[in-house]
Design a protein around this ligand. Structure first.
Ligand SMILES: Cc1cc2nc3c(=O)[nH]c(=O)nc-3n(C[C@H](O)[C@H](O)[C@H](O)COP(=O)(O)OP(=O)(O)OC[C@H]3O[C@@H](n4cnc5c(N)ncnc54)[C@H](O)[C@@H]3O)c2cc1C
Ligand code: SF4
Length: 555
């Protein structure tokens, strides 16, 4: 009998394991994938030519052969379905630390306005908590995990406890110049990469390979930064290759533990625990709840509101790149930097003057990172190419002369975007799989159109040639497919009213007081920010609440 069983070891599960073991609880973590610690297992610094594949992607490593994350859009034996007429993509990690092994490490706090969307413009719903409730936990996450950034005092982009940011690279200076000219706010990025030593971890040495995992632990991944110290308390039992099937409940309606499939033997097992914390990622935790059916909870656990699986959102996204002739024939120099952008553009406009609600931020890419197979997307785009000496010279001339932008914006929850359990399909373990439905609305289409207009203006301002024509309304302005930006949130949203929400403001299930959710499922809304820093802060806040309830003997 454990005090707490946590399902999943990514951002949410890793943080809960850290905070709860430090608070003295005996914790067991069930993790569907194998063990992985970047400090031990990373392919950092391996040259592309060391592999016959030259680093090109594989099915289980769609972001490149040396990428740290095992998983993908399709996992053998673990299907999902999509309703006819909908499109949805579900990225899943299957390893200790989940997606934190290769995430972009863009670490943005939600701002005060992001918790009160409905009050602002009448759309979606407000959160039952405010920025002030989460701020102390953002501070703690900043201090423990660390990030770089700059104090800008912008109204909805709260400052953090930042380490010094790296300087902009050559192409980023050009982007900054164009942004200033067009009145687009462009500031140092905020990434959970430490530029100075912190809590026994070394500062970054700027090899630019963060997605492969960092052997010196200078960037954040859950195994090295959260799971390892939790293990050091001797309070954590880690069970890998354990695929959670359902949360079990007793006659009193309280959670008694979690049943899971031991993937190595294919056998069904069960762990008993006084408290269960689901942190298997927003959609997987929703799936587990819906699959946890019993005579007491025939429509799934914590689902008396019927809202488990509802209010799903993903970040909106679209990209555009251009060829910038002034970046050709550059003086060769090392501009590796951190494995991510050094500048970005937070949302800078007033929606009252626009035809869409909420905002987006812009991510910047370019430069001369170590190339791998398929780099530059084909030299013929640059009027170069050919054979032999000419080809080599063209590569030297054009490499680094591409600059691209990715818009990442806030979607409003809508009734067409939700998941349920497919009544006819099970995975290789016999666990029923999710069926997704998805629909963007004009809120999102108009926002993405605006992204394209901004990107075009920036590339033109830099004297560049835009690679593709303006997408049309019929093409949906090239909006991403639902799930494609891998910021899926919701499915077990928080709220004060048990009739319209799944968990309360402490991420405790309304229907089952010893069940908690510590990933993106409780989010009431997206923001124009990436979600993980908020998942970490809320998971710590929930863990503190659990620790205080244990002390009081309430659960
Ligand atoms: C390429 C990429 C780039 C990204 N960049 C950013 C970024 O820059 N900034 C940002 O904020 N976010 C980013 N994200 C999103 C970020 O990774 C997620 O928001 C974050 O990891 C979510 O944490 P989580 O704990 O909910 O899920 P995960 O990190 O996915 O962890 C879930 C864990 O649960 C395990 N699991 C799943 N199902 C089960 C089960 N049934 N039983 C047992 N275990 C299970 C999984 O194996 C996994 O280890 C990115 C994601 C990707 C893929
Ligand atoms: S760029 Fe820095 S943080 Fe990223 S892998 Fe290299 S040393 Fe580690």
């Amino acid at each position: 009998m454990y005090d707490v069983c946590i399902v999943g070891s990514g951002a949410g599960g890793g943080m809960a394991a850290y905070a709860l073991t430090k608070a003295g609880a005996n914790v067991v973590v069930l993790e569907a994938g194998p063990s992985f610690f970047a400090s031990r297992d990373s392919k950092m610094l391996m040259p592309a030519y060391a592999s016959p594949r030259r680093g090109a992607s594989t099915k289980t490593r769609p972001f490149g052969e040396f990428d740290a994350c095992d998983g993908g859009w399709e996992i053998d034996g673990e299907p999902y379905t999509v309703t006819s007429g909908s499109k949805f993509m579900w990225w899943r990690a299957r390893m200790l630390g989940g997606r934190t092994n290769h995430w972009g490490r863009i670490s943005l706090r939600f701002g005060p306005r992001d918790f009160q969307g409905k009050t602002r413009d009448g759309l979606g719903d407000d959160w039952p908590i405010r920025y002030e409730d989460v701020a102390p936990y953002y501070d703690r996450v900043d201090r423990l995990i660390g990030l770089f950034g700059s104090h800008e005092n912008l109204p909805n982009e709260p400052n953090g406890i930042f380490q010094p940011p790296p300087k902009p690279r050559c192409y980023e200076l050009l982007v900054k110049k164009a942004s200033d000219k067009l009145g687009v706010t462009c500031i140092p990025s905020r990434l959970s990469i430490i530029t100075q030593p912190l809590n026994g971890r070394a500062g970054c040495h700027y090899c630019g390979q963060c997605n492969r995992g960092c052997t010196v632990k200078a960037n954040f991944s859950s195994p090295d930064v959260l799971i390892a110290p939790a293990l050091a308390t001797k309070k954590l039992t880690l069970i890998t290759n354990a695929m959670a099937r359902e949360v079990t409940v007793g006659k009193d309606g309280l959670a008694t533990g979690v049943s899971y499939v031991d993937k190595k033997t294919g056998t069904d097992k069960h762990v008993e625990a006084r408290i269960v914390v689901l942190a298997a990622s927003a959609l997987e935790s929703s799936r587990i709840l819906l699959n946890s059916k019993s005579s007491l909870f025939p429509q799934g656990l914590a689902n008396s509101s019927g809202t488990v699986g509802k209010y799903l959102t993903d970040t909106t996204g679209t990209d555009l790149a251009g060829f910038i002739p002034s970046m050709m024939d550059h003086v060769p120099h090392n501009e590796d930097g951190v494995g991510g952008m050094h500048v970005y553009m937070p949302w800078w406009l007033d929606n009252s003057k626009l035809d869409f609600p909420r905002g987006y931020h812009i991510e910047v890419w370019g430069g001369q990172y170590a190339p791998s197979a398929g780099f530059m997307g084909g030299i013929e785009r640059y009027q170069g190419g050919g054979y032999g000496k000419q080809l080599k010279e063209d590569y030297r001339r054009y490499y680094g002369a591409t600059i691209g932008f990715s818009g990442r914006g806030e979607m409003i929850p809508n009734d067409a975007s939700y998941m349920e359990i497919d009544p006819n399909v099970v995975d290789r373990w016999g666990i029923p799989v999710p069926r997704f439905s998805w629909g963007w609305t004009d809120h999102e289409f108009n926002q993405v159109k605006h992204m394209h207009e901004t990107f075009r203006a920036l590339i033109t301002e830099m004297g560049g040639q835009i690679f593709s024509p303006m997408p049309t309304k019929e093409q949906g302005y090239n909006i991403s497919t639902g799930g494609q930006i891998i910021h899926e949130l919701g499915g077990a949203r928080m709220g004060s009213d048990p009739k319209t929400s799944v968990v309360n403001a402490n991420c405790q299930a309304h229907d089952c007081k010893n069940l908690f959710i510590a990933d993106g499922a409780p989010f009431v809304s997206q923001a124009d920010k990436n979600p993980t820093w908020t998942i970490l802060a809320l998971s710590w806040r929930t863990s503190d609440f659990i620790a205080s309830q244990r002390k009081e003997g309430a659960i």
